[in-house]
Design a protein around this ligand. Structure first.
Ligand SMILES: Cc1ncc(C[n+]2csc(CCOP(=O)(O)OP(=O)(O)O)c2C)c(N)n1
Length: 699
């Protein structure tokens, strides 16, 4: 890990520039790679050498080394870099498609700018792999997104070339505007570059930033990486507008001629001049690509071929001399070089890690190796359907019965499992793009109009729409259902994507019902209850699978009632109140502790709000130890809610211990299971706490 340079202009403020990494290499002679044998689809330059050989890439361990390569060899470097990413990321898993698309752009950026001094921000930063390779991290690629390995996003802990740890889309222009303002006082201000995808540009915050950027905030280059895809196809009028620019080659050719024509219209004065002014404007609007940006005060350049590294270098050298805010529009192909990219860009977005990598790994902190399914008391932690699938299936069944049910997603139709729903109910499915605020406010409008909208959203991305959850939904008391996927720890994506704050940020809002299912049957029952509810209702479920065999048969379950917990196992001295998907872990721990002679009970709390206060009071009075178990930050979560209720109980004798995610941003790990173990919120963790508690009491 490198430390920030002390020589930054405003240390800790504008992001200190990376340290000089030693003198530039001198050897730039053509490397002696083997004969070219593996042509690379669509790559610029000649083919790479035999698989696994990267004669030019081997010479580049830093951007300084890139900058001394002969310009004519940059195409070859790009070909090797693309080949390296294809081989490496397919072996480990990771965001493949977006990265293959920005190879030439990243090489050109590092060739033209010096990001030891200039500043580079990647939006969302899932497309920063080529940047990682070029900034000395290639050797770590076999560890990509694994425990203690290379992060899948930019991360200042990893390199001084990474200014921010990001993962949520749309903020790069704002960050760039801030950096530009912080650096503007310098005699020769460094350049600030923000790289943003076409879909992320549609996020509200990106529009807000552009709106401000055009008002003299300093020098900023925004590079629009337009590949026409989000994770799915980009949606909305902005996507349509960009696509019109992209497809209109005639317009691009005509553009220069029109510029010349406008310039050549003579200035005559008086009325004629005013009319000609209008003609100039009409022509500009009708013909000039990107006039929407120009109207915002942003100089638009493009569109240009984002896979032509020579052209990119030439344009970047030109635009870096311009003042103010410049938007360079580059056209790229998502997954460039991958055989499936032309037909299935969505499939190429993320390469799945092979099974051997996602298997639970033993670590010194968590010696957990559990190859066999763990059976207990009629339930198992064997994999059933994913929670995502259980939700999608349930929603489709309920939508069939109730025409008022609409589904809303914010750029994540596949991630939320709703592609099938979209095909089946196209008029009742709304992908609004990466616009979580709009998604939530629109749901409020739908609910007011008599519909039953279900906002299917990752817990972490609902944070973007929090104010709309408060004002448009909660304050109006509207029946909007929030199906929060990836609620909990998410494994390889890490802290930007962990959904561990939602209970805290939702439970303070009056009138909200907060719930979490322990299995697939309860996913459907809670969804049904939500759709019958008269106010806002949240259902959280994790990235992971439902238990294959359920503890209680669906036909034997009592009707659900908001605020009613369910006793799954009667206890005497110890009671575990578990929330949602960790209920099976609590049952497993209870089983093991019972073998050791502890009469441990398990409650499926099911609701964090309202809580089952009557049952809680009974347990607080009669048990010696009460544990809460949740996949959420301990601060402000389910356990905190329970403690607040406990403070009102007279005659309580139980000690209460809260098991949840500690007050740290949990780093990425190879698997969610490993993160659960690290936080001590799996069966082993529960068992350990109970044993330690009674050992301490005894000794
Ligand atoms: C606020 C937010 N919502 C949703 C996502 C999930 N997400 C990650 S990448 C992505 C697509 C981004 O598309 P684009 O900006 O065009 O970049 P590309 O992947 O095409 O290079 C989405 C929707 C996110 N990261 N942040």
């Amino acid at each position: 890990m490198s430390t920030p340079s002390p020589s930054g202009p405003t240390p800790g403020g504008a992001g200190a520039p990376p340290k000089d990494r030693g003198p530039a290499p001198t050897g730039v002679a053509a490397p002696t790679g083997g004969p070219a044998t593996t042509p690379l689809a669509g790559a610029q330059g000649s083919p790479t050498g035999p698989a696994g050989e990267y004669p030019w890439l081997d010479r580049v361990h830093s951007p300084e080394q890139l900058r001394v390569l002969p310009r004519a060899e940059l195409g070859q470097l790009c070909a090797e870099l693309r080949q390296f990413l294809l081989e490496s990321v397919q072996a480990t898993g990771g965001h493949l498609g977006s990265n293959l698309g920005v190879v030439e752009l990243t090489v050109a950026l590092h060739a033209v700018f010096d990001f030891r001094r200039d500043r580079l921000v990647f939006d969302t930063s899932h497309q920063a792999y080529p940047h990682k390779v070029l900034t000395g991290r290639r050797a770590q690629f076999p560890t990509l997104r694994q425990t203690d390995g290379l992060c899948g996003f930019t991360n200042p802990d990893e390199s001084d070339y990474d200014l921010f740890h990001l993962g949520h889309a749309g903020t790069s222009i704002s960050l760039g505007v801030g950096l530009a303002q912080a650096l503007a006082h310098e005699p020769d201000p460094p350049h600030v570059v923000a790289v943003i995808g076409d879909s992320s540009l549609g996020a509200g915050v990106a529009f807000e930033a552009l709106n401000h950027a055009g008002t003299d905030v300093g020098r900023l280059l925004v590079v629009l990486n337009d590949n026409e895809w989000s994770i799915s196809k980009s949606v909305g009028s902005l996507a349509r507008y960009l696509s019109r620019i992209r497809s209109n080659r005639t317009l691009q050719r005509a553009q220069q001629e029109i510029h010349n024509l406008i310039a050549s219209i003579p200035v005559i004065g008086g009325r004629v001049e005013r009319v000609l002014d209008q003609v100039r404007e009409v022509l500009r609007h009708a013909i000039v690509a990107g006039h929407v940006f120009e109207e915002l005060g942003v100089t638009y350049v493009g569109p240009i071929d984002g896979h032509d590294v020579d052209l990119l270098v030439e344009k970047l050298e030109r635009v870096r001399r311009l003042d103010g805010v410049v938007l360079l529009h580059t056209l790229t192909e998502k997954g460039k070089g991958h055989p499936n990219a032309p037909t299935h860009p969505e499939r190429v977005h993320a390469a799945k890690p092979p099974k051997s990598i996602t298997a639970v790994r033993a670590t010194p902190e968590s010696p957990k190796v559990e190859p066999e399914p763990r059976r207990l008391l009629g339930t198992t932690v064997e994999d059933g359907p994913s929670y995502t699938q259980a939700f999608a299936d349930a929603l489709a069944r309920l939508a069939e019965r109730d025409l008022r049910v609409h589904a809303i997603v914010a750029g994540m139709p596949s991630g939320t499992g709703l592609v099938g729903f979209a095909e089946r109910f196209p008029r009742r499915f709304h992908d609004v793009g990466i616009t979580e605020q709009h998604a939530v406010a629109m749901a409020a409008g739908m609910a007011k109009g008599g519909l039953r909208p279900v906002v299917a959203i990752y817990s972490t991305f609902l944070q973007r729409g929090y104010d709309q959850v408060f004002q448009e939904v909660a304050l109006q008391g509207l029946p909007v259902t929030f199906a929060m996927d990836r609620a909990g720890l998410v494994g390889q994506d890490g802290p930007t994507h962990n959904g561990v704050f939602d209970i805290a940020y939702l439970r303070t809002l009056p009138g909200f019902t907060l719930s979490a299912p322990r299995d697939a049957t309860d996913v459907e029952r809670l969804l049904e209850l939500a759709l019958r509810s008269s106010g806002p209702f949240a259902i959280r479920f994790p990235r992971g699978n439902c238990p294959l065999r359920e503890r209680v048969h669906p036909s034997e379950r009592a009707a659900l009632e908001a605020g009613r917990a369910e006793v799954l196992l009667e206890g005497q001295e110890v009671e575990i109140w578990a929330y949602g998907a960790l209920v099976p872990e609590a049952l497993l721990a209870a089983e093991r502790l019972r073998v050791r002679g502890f009469e441990v009970g398990v409650v499926d709390a099911r609701f964090a709000k309202p809580l089952d206060e009557a049952l809680l009071a009974e347990h607080l009075r009669s048990r010696r130890l009460l544990l809460t178990l949740e996949e959420h930050q301990r601060a402000g979560g389910f356990g905190s809610a329970l403690l607040e209720a406990a403070a009102k109980v007279r005659g309580a004798r139980a000690q209460v211990r809260l098991l949840g995610v500690p007050d740290l941003f949990q780093p990425h790990c190879t698997s969610r299971e490993e993160q659960l173990a690290r936080c001590g919120i799996d069966a082993d963790g529960v068992e350990r706490v109970v044993l330690q508690h009674f050992e301490r009491e005894r000794g």
